[in-house]
Design a protein around this ligand. Sequence first.
Ligand code: GTP
Ligand code: GTP
Ligand code: MG
Ligand code: MG
Lengths: 278, 291
Amino acid sequence: SMSGRKLDEEMLEELEEQLVMSDVSIDTAGHLISGLREAARRGEVPTDEDAIQALQDGVASLLGSGDRPLRFAADGITVWLFVGVNGVGKTTSVGKLAHKLSQQGRKPLLAACDTFRAAAIEQLQEWGRRADAPVVAAQSGADPAAVAHDAIAAARSRGRDIVLIDTAGRLHTKSNLMNELSKIARVTERELGRAPEETLLVLDASTGQNGLTQAQSFAGSAPLTGLILTKWDGTAKGGIILSVARETGVPVKLIGVGEKADDLIAFNPQKFAEEMFS
Amino acid sequence: NLSEKLNKTFARLRGRGRVTEADMDAALREVRLALLEADVNFKIVKDFVARVREKALGVDVLESLSPDQQVVAIVHDELTELLGGSAQRINYSSQGPTVIMLAGLQGTGKTTTCAKLAAWLKRSGKKPLLVATDIYRPGAIKQLQTVGAQVGVPVFEMGTNPPPQIARAGLKYAGEHAHDVVIIDTAGRLHVDEAMMQEARDVQDAVNPHEVLLALDAMTGQDAVNAASAFNETVRLSGVVLTKLDGDARGGAILSVRAVTGVPVKFVGVGEKLDALEEFHPDRMAGRILG
Ligand SMILES: Nc1nc2c(ncn2[C@@H]2O[C@H](COP(=O)(O)OP(=O)(O)OP(=O)(O)O)[C@@H](O)[C@H]2O)c(=O)[nH]1
Ligand SMILES: Nc1nc2c(ncn2[C@@H]2O[C@H](COP(=O)(O)OP(=O)(O)OP(=O)(O)O)[C@@H](O)[C@H]2O)c(=O)[nH]1
Ligand SMILES: [Mg+2]
Ligand SMILES: [Mg+2]
């Protein structure tokens, strides 16, 4: 139904529908479509192909520039903290990154700060083996902040140059768990003498409107520096990151595209926008 | 919330005299917005709002003293009816062990739910056996063994042998050890992964489960229908377990899944602990979706 067809109100509705079906919020979809309607009035988008391109550009520009590499410390140990709700892919993302870092000749160390969930430590230890990275852990039920503290100390004494802290999944509605996260972040910062280079919120691409609430809540417990959007290899478009970008300004840094060690790619706003309309 | 918004909509309209069909459209726009914000699928919202409109005009809501409350009541009732109204119990076997299989996308709570179900069934006098067929995820078997031990239910595993083979051996073991329920945990998989979907089908064909439950994360958005439909086409689902309902996601995905597949919700997961499994209440879910 797209081939030089003139942009009309019906087409605008179809495009708005496509945005909403991609989990873009009503608000953000309305904002993008209004912008498109204005462009149409100025004669800038004569055909539907122009309209789709303009909309893609609108989506990409909402997401900001694609060049946001993960940050490393200028000197001393780099620390990256991984947070998010249950089951989104934190541990797997830590494992993938550790693998990449080792391949790049760096010396990652993993902190098993999920001291609650069944076999969480074993899961991370397996990734540590795959990534050739030591894992610092304690017994189940230990204080995660203490494990974070010990991991940074261990990295220093063992000559490792980057620490990846895996934390337990937690629903942002549980204040005791969000307080625990604040404590992990505080203890990490105190031990380092500065904030971690990255505090990354992991979001599942199939998440609906709750993704924005997650981002806002987690930002309240630890200053977020980036997002990792996982499971983008499914059919979910991950449109919720548009609202997250608009409301929080936290940039998406990485995209998970599978369950294997190599399945983590840099975020590319243009490609993301194209995928949304494919 | 929706009630307040409709109240405002109709109050504003009533000030201009008689309430008309166009005014009904304004009210239905609010209903549509509420459902979309709750992650109900776009197409399902269209059908649903059309049904509500028909019903509201049919009962002459516009003539009523409080059209806002009447519309909310109609929406609530329609949602409750859509969500409920069908077999929400486990279908037990009439002969031999009852086989229950958990399936779904990655990270939706299958392994945790398997242990919760085992504990639930044990409390109701059953002697369940857990079967570990996730041969891929690091630590998956250990995870099931750990939660199995926590609820005092044995776990059958066969390392990384093919899942259909493990399932078959687990069923045989259950028969030989007087287990009357077999709960099969499977690996998370994408509905677009043909090989993995075939594997799920092969597990189903190997042991003919009496229940195939889709674990659906309550925070899932518009994609829920794609995944659920695909799973339902490959392994005929008998029920849904809606997980992580202890969060604040509105959970509208379940309405779409129910509308498109007809599969009923049999349980809800309401926490990380192994006793956090409850029966599903359609009317409460309706209220939650409406916000
Ligand atoms: N298809 C796909 N699956 C993924 C991706 N990232 C993670 N997964 C899978 O998602 C599931 C959950 O991953 P985990 O790493 O355990 O998630 P988590 O956030 O650490 O979970 P909790 O610690 O329990 O909160 C696993 O089956 C992973 O293999 C991805 O990018 N694509
Ligand atoms: N808050 C909450 N967390 C839950 C619930 N059900 C499961 N979880 C958590 O969700 C995460 C994922 O649970 P799993 O049981 O590992 O999920 P899974 O579907 O088996 O994951 P894969 O095997 O990787 O596909 C874990 O952190 C669980 O503790 C629930 O009802 N509420
Ligand atoms: Mg984890
Ligand atoms: Mg599992």
